[in-house]
Design a protein around this ligand. Structure first.
Ligand code: TYD
Ligand code: MG
Length: 451
């Protein structure tokens, strides 16, 4: 007989300890370990006798054809890999106010209009508040049945009774599982809620969209611990004050994680931006400090404008302000610019911004950041072939070399669509010094200044 033991689980991070501690060794939180009774895992010769299973070759396993429910939003369907899969659990994460409720309401509205049974569970807002939002999104949204409820048991019973084909639960952190430990939103609760919702979703063939808030620090506070459990994790990003939003899959059991959807927040809801590059290139300025980056958003090429401002500073140390790129990456680019390309901005404030609230988290952005800063520092407008904006991409190495990045052909093809080729890339310049020499001549060396 295994001896019953008590484990102590942290309600914040899920860390398990044999003994109680005042401070969780996993996450450092205080007073979060709670005892959980259970049998010690059976070990060695005392293992109960079990019948052996019979493995089959994969070839002999029946194929299943995945049915898909179209959400009516092409960008969402694409990111999901073709639509919602019945019985699947999709986690939609994003910071508060980014538009998760708007996006899920729009998807349900389209599904309802297509004759699907839907259900919107709001554990955060009153029916009147949800109605107010839906009214902005068009009359189809007003046909969605809503349940405003925070009790998990009631929500599950409703799903079992109504058997919706698609259901939104907004949000996983505000539902309360009666038999779970901790306060709503704690790790124990969030796990319990997701586990029980999943059971009901699978048995009723309901596709469930679970909304989860991500804290400012980027930890999907509760939801991160759900990633292994759900079929698909979508991340909705952007800056609240800006209009552009991106939707990307971090995990997808039914499709790739390469696709990205781009949306614009308008007065009447989210609008899909099908040709985002055209938008960004059309808005690009030709002033010193502006350059077009041929970026990759997953498997999709996207042209975005990167802007930099370099200005004299009285502060020590001077300011380094970024939006849309990583701050440490800017520090690296500035160091290489100074050390290997002769552009020092040591005592100046440097601001770098990816226009439109887009975030580019890829090494290919380095060269664009460097050229924008160099152009701003020297006051030279960068112009590409035919006097249009200059487009570029490439990673910068610590020794000042330009390194190739993924999908140069797709980036090139996207730039060609807008007449921005040839691109300045690691093929055309081996080092950052070369790239700066070509794109950002010193003002004194420029013919105009010589006259
Ligand atoms: P919301 O979907 O409530 O965000 P979340 O559920 O992620 O917290 O909406 C966020 C913001 O979007 C809100 O501040 C108002 C704005 N908004 C629009 O600009 N247009 C619209 O049509 C709607 C519905 C919202
Ligand atoms: Mg919301």
């Amino acid at each position: 007989m295994p001896r019953p033991t008590t484990r102590h689980l942290c309600t914040q991070c899920g860390h398990a300890e044999a003994k109680w501690h005042g401070q969780c060794p996993g996450c450092g939180a205080w007073n979060t370990l709670e005892p959980q009774r259970g049998a010690a895992p059976a070990a060695g010769p005392h293992r109960p006798a079990a019948r052996a299973g019979s493995p089959r070759r994969l070839r002999d396993v029946e194929e299943v054809r995945l049915r898909r429910l179209s959400t009516g939003l092409a960008e969402v369907d694409r990111v999901l890999g073709g639509g919602l899969v019945p019985g699947s659990l999709v986690l939609l994460g994003g910071s508060p106010g980014i538009g998760k409720s708007t996006l899920t309401t729009m998807a349900l509205a389209q599904l309802a209009a297509a004759g699907r049974r839907t259900l919107y569970v709001s554990a955060e807002e009153s029916p009147a508040q949800v109605r107010l939002r839906a009214a902005r999104l068009g009359s189809a949204a007003l046909d969605i049945p809503i349940l405003a409820e925070t009790s998990l048991a009631t929500v599950l019973a409703t799903i079992e009774a109504e058997r919706p084909e698609a259901c939104v639960i907004d949000s996983v952190q505000t539902l309360h599982a009666e038999d779970g430990t901790g306060a709503p939103g704690s790790v124990g609760q969030v796990r319990e809620v997701a586990g029980q919702v999943m059971r009901v979703a699978k048995s009723g063939d309901t596709a469930v969209l679970l909304v989860g808030h991500v804290t400012k620090e980027g930890a999907l506070a509760g939801p991160r611990v759900l990633e292994h459990l759900v079929d698909c994790v979508l991340q909705f990003e952007g800056e609240r004050e800006r209009t552009y939003r991106t939707l990307r899959a971090l995990k997808n059991r039914f499709g790739s994680v390469d696709d990205v959807g781009v949306f614009e927040m308008r007065d009447s809801g989210l609008v899909e931006v099908l040709d985002a590059s055209a938008r960004f290139v059309g808005e690009a300025t030709r002033a010193p400090g502006s350059v077009v980056l041929a970026a990759m958003e997953g498997s999709r090429p996207l042209l975005v404008e990167v802007q930099a401002l370099v200005s004299e500073s009285e502060l020590v140390p001077p300011r380094r302000v970024v939006s849309g790129i990583d701050r440490n990456r800017l520090a690296l680019v500035l160091a290489v610019l100074a050390r290997h390309a002769g552009v020092g901005v040591g005592a100046a404030d440097v601001f770098v911004n990816v226009v439109g609230g887009v975030r580019v988290d890829e090494p290919g952005a380095d060269l664009a950041v460097a050229l924008a800063v160099a152009g701003a520092a020297r006051g030279v407008p960068l112009s590409g072939p035919g006097g249009g904006p200059l487009a570029c991409f490439g990673e910068i190495g610590l020794t000042g070399e330009l390194r190739s990045v993924a999908h140069p052909d797709r980036r090139g093809a996207e730039a060609a669509k807008f007449g921005l080729t040839p691109l300045l890339d690691p093929e055309r310049a081996a080092t950052l010094r070369d790239a700066v020499r070509v794109a950002v001549p010193r003002p004194s060396a420029a013919p105009a200044a010589a006259a």
